[in-house]
Ligand binder design. Structure first.
Ligand code: ATP
Ligand code: ZN
Length: 734
């Protein structure tokens, strides 16, 4: 008899390797395939794990192998392409494969639940139906209420009851004991999205038609970079391409940086494609998430719209992937598994041999560089669609026109003018709260966070100081704890600017949109609706407002302070600044009237401004690429960052020094090691942070070194005293 197969499974633990198990007792070996879930004994616990491979043998003797306890799935949950993506992600980002699987699966599947989500349904029994609730309503009014609620429909799911009778669970046991209700487990699946008639869009202009024709000429894998100025009709081009693919009965996956910001986009997809897009994002309930995942996997949902993690969703008939606003840094996960959804989209499309579109008015330098190398196809839309003209940009030199509470005279005059002509204005400031600093008028002491090397932000409405790094909060100090003098807020945040504008133009006219003002469910949609209708005459907001929106009446954009980005220590500072200013400027004048953009700066002679104002984003990008090439920064080299944090400063440095020594021993000459150094904001949430940067012109060398180094670090002693992580292609260096 041949020996039983060996299951190589991914367990959700922070170790790179797979673990070997024998098949569960009594399971037909034919049912054991890569992509099924099994329950395995792990340490003293049981774990749910995914079979990555079914092998003939193990490096361990059979007698040493434990047996898996149970097979969870009748059919494979993850197909070969899904497993490929998981492995690729694990290898490329040097992240434990079990944790990648965990990131790729909806929570319920991770918890060994079945693919069809279920819910509890409370059903009235015949006895319950006949029970007299006259008596009950006197003695037990809560029970009577529940019976009453059920009488009308005979049954209700627990979530329906939770909504209508929040206290119902208290009566549950009593009524069950009386035999008046019973609780059934039922499938909780919504119907798949239906189709309706699609509305036609505007006729494409010449540039759009040329781009679309080029995309249509190539059905296989190809990366098209749709580099179109704001309002040039990129979305119209995607929509046509999506229509083609959907008409061939294939699926389309669209990634966006954030879904809460795009109700307009969702509506547009529905209207123009005649299909309800299935949403995949982090604020779904567990059941909703599982259902979305399942309908993508079985093909019953043709159109999927999701944020970063949606890139892992299985697709039955993949046809096209679109990454909108590809430059957006939220495609890169900044903790745990630090993947770039954009880069994985390209890898996945290649594996599936399908086209992928990366769209942006401000493509990342990495992407532009790939275009220069002809690895990606560069398609440019140089004109705004329809009759809209590009916005006019103007600088206001704060050295000449000092600002009062953040707003200079020229900006205020422009506001008067645009509002007077029935226009709408957007005031952009990438800083929420009232003021970024609280300072003592006597000794100059600044309020700092106790757990971070950072200042506290003043939030006036809550009369509090918040740390934007660790979330710490405390009451606003009226007087200085050192000298007793009065403290005052210094600088501007969105809350303060909102107040200044409300005092000048009236409360009614001003709407603030930032993560503080839109925390409550529904407030974001409402604010965006007011912005779109024009009821909100002045919008004040952070980068939340700068991306992707189409506010037809908006004619003026004012940038309160752009200088933070000018002197950034991050080599991506200039690129980021140019992107965010171009994007926010692009909100102005998207319909009939030309938009005006006023940027306030204290450094008007900085060469950055000349480049941006005369040459636009493309010039800034060319210049920055040359700079990066000279300094051998990405995209002209590859980076990986090893980060460590600990309660004691020494531990991080010891660990990273050991990592450096190990890396040197491994002898990859083509990789430069920089550090270890403390992070610029060394202490965060009470932990000290440090980092070691690895840089190389050769991707192979860098990954070769990481392969060996990560294995060594996983078993290193100093690694146990710190939290450490590897960040491949980091977007934040600090
Ligand atoms: N060929 C066209 N003729 C007339 N109007 C068009 C055309 N193409 C697009 N539009 C309109 O122009 C506006 C901008 O188009 P769209 O949203 O597709 O641009 P975009 O490049 O994706 O925008 P952004 O990147 O700035 O968000 C929309 O109102 C759209 O309906
Ligand atoms: Zn803090």
């Amino acid at each position: 008899m041949s020996p039983p197969p060996v299951l190589k499974v991914a367990v959700n633990v922070p170790l790179s390797r797979l673990f070997d198990y024998l098949p569960p007792k009594g399971v037909d070996p034919a049912r054991l395939q890569a992509g099924v879930r099994v329950t395995v004994p792990f340490g003293r616990q049981q774990q749910s794990a995914v079979v990555m491979e079914v092998a003939d043998s193990s490096e361990l003797p059979h007698s040493k192998l434990k047996r898996a306890l149970a097979l969870q799935d009748e059919e494979t949950l993850l197909g070969a392409d899904d497993l490929w993506l998981i492995r690729f992600t694990s290898e490329y980002y040097h992240h434990p494969v079990g944790e990648v699987v965990a990131a790729a699966l909806p929570t319920l599947l991770r918890q060994a639940r079945p693919l069809i989500p279920t819910t509890e349904q409370v059903v009235l029994t015949p006895a319950g139906r006949n029970a007299s609730d006259a008596v009950l309503s006197r003695r037990a009014p809560k029970q009577a209420e529940l019976l009453d609620a059920l009488l009308r429909r005979g049954k209700a799911t627990v979530s329906e009851l939770d909504e209508r009778l929040p206290q119902w669970r208290r009566s549950r046991k009593a009524l069950l004991d009386k035999g008046w209700i019973q609780i059934d487990e039922i499938a909780d699946v919504p119907p798949p999205p239906g189709r309706e008639a699609a509305e036609p869009g505007p006729e494409l202009n010449r540039e759009q038609r040329a781009v679309l024709a080029d995309m249509r000429s190539h059905a296989d894998f190809r990366v098209t970079v749709l580099d179109g100025v704001t309002g040039s009709g990129k979305t119209e081009v995607y929509l046509h391409r999506m229509q083609d693919v959907l008409a061939q009965d294939k699926q389309v996956l669209i990634l966006v940086p954030e879904i809460g910001l795009t109700p307009q986009f969702v509506r547009r997809l529905r209207r123009r494609l005649g299909i309800e897009p299935l949403l995949l994002h982090s604020s779904l309930t567990d059941n909703e998430r599982l259902n979305a995942w399942r309908m993508a996997r079985d093909g019953s949902a043709p159109l999927l719209l999701g944020t970063r993690s949606a890139i892992f969703t299985p697709l039955a008939r993949p046809g096209l992937i679109v990454v909108d606003e590809e430059h957006d840094s939220s495609y890169k996960q900044q903790e745990g598994l630090r993947y770039s959804a954009r880069d994985l989209a390209v890898a996945r499309a290649k594996q599936l041999n399908i086209p992928v579109i990366l769209g942006s008015a401000t493509p990342s330098l990495e992407t532009l560089q790939r275009c220069r190398q002809a690895a990606y196809r560069h398609q440019v839309l140089s004109q705004r669609a329809g009759n809209a003209a590009p916005p006019l940009l103007r600088l206001v030199d704060l050295a000449r026109y000092p600002s009062n509470d953040g707003l200079s005279d020229p900006l205020l005059r422009a506001l008067d003018k645009h509002l007077g002509e029935n226009g709408q204005a957007l005031i952009f400031l990438n800083r929420r709260g009232f003021a970024p600093t609280l300072i003592c008028g006597g000794c100059g002491k600044i309020a700092e966070c106790n757990r971070c090397d950072a200042r506290m932000t003043v939030h006036a409405a809550r009369n509090a100081l918040h740390c934007h790094h660790c979330g710490a909060r405390r009451a606003l100090d009226a007087s200085c704890s050192d000298c007793g003098s009065a403290c005052r807020p210094l600088g501007q945040g969105t809350e303060r600017i909102e107040g200044v504008l409300a005092a000048r133009y009236g409360d009614e006219s001003v709407t603030r949109i930032d993560s503080d003002s839109t925390r409550l469910k529904g407030t974001m949609d409402k604010a965006l609706a007011r912005a779109t209708s024009g009821d909100a005459r002045i919008l004040v907001g952070t980068q939340m407002l700068s991306k992707g929106h189409h506010f037809p009446k908006l004619t003026l954009v004012g940038v309160v302070n752009a200088d933070q980005g000018l002197f950034s220590t991050d080599f991506r500072g200039g690129e980021r600044l140019a992107q965010s200013l171009t994007q926010v400027a692009g909100r102005a004048g998207r319909e009939r009237r030309q938009g005006e953009v006023i940027i306030q700066t204290a450094f008007a002679s900085h060469p950055f401004w000349n480049r941006l104002l005369s040459g636009g984003y493309a010039d800034v990008a060319d210049y920055s690429l040359a700079e990066r090439e000279a300094a051998a920064w990405p995209p002209y080299s590859r980076l990986a960052l090893i980060r460590a944090s600990a309660m004691q400063r020494d531990h991080t440095h010891e660990f990273l020094n050991a990592a450096r020594n190990k890396a040197e021993q491994l002898g990859f000459d083509q990789v430069r090691l920089l550090g270890p150094v403390s992070a610029p904001m060394e202490r965060r949430a009470g932990r000290y942070r440090a980092q070691l940067l690895l840089q190389s012109g050769s991707r192979q060398a860098l990954h070769g070194l990481l392969d060996a180094l990560v294995l060594a670090l996983e078993s290193s002693k100093s690694g146990r005293r710190v939290r450490w992580s590897v960040d491949v292609d980091p977007v934040e260096l600090f």
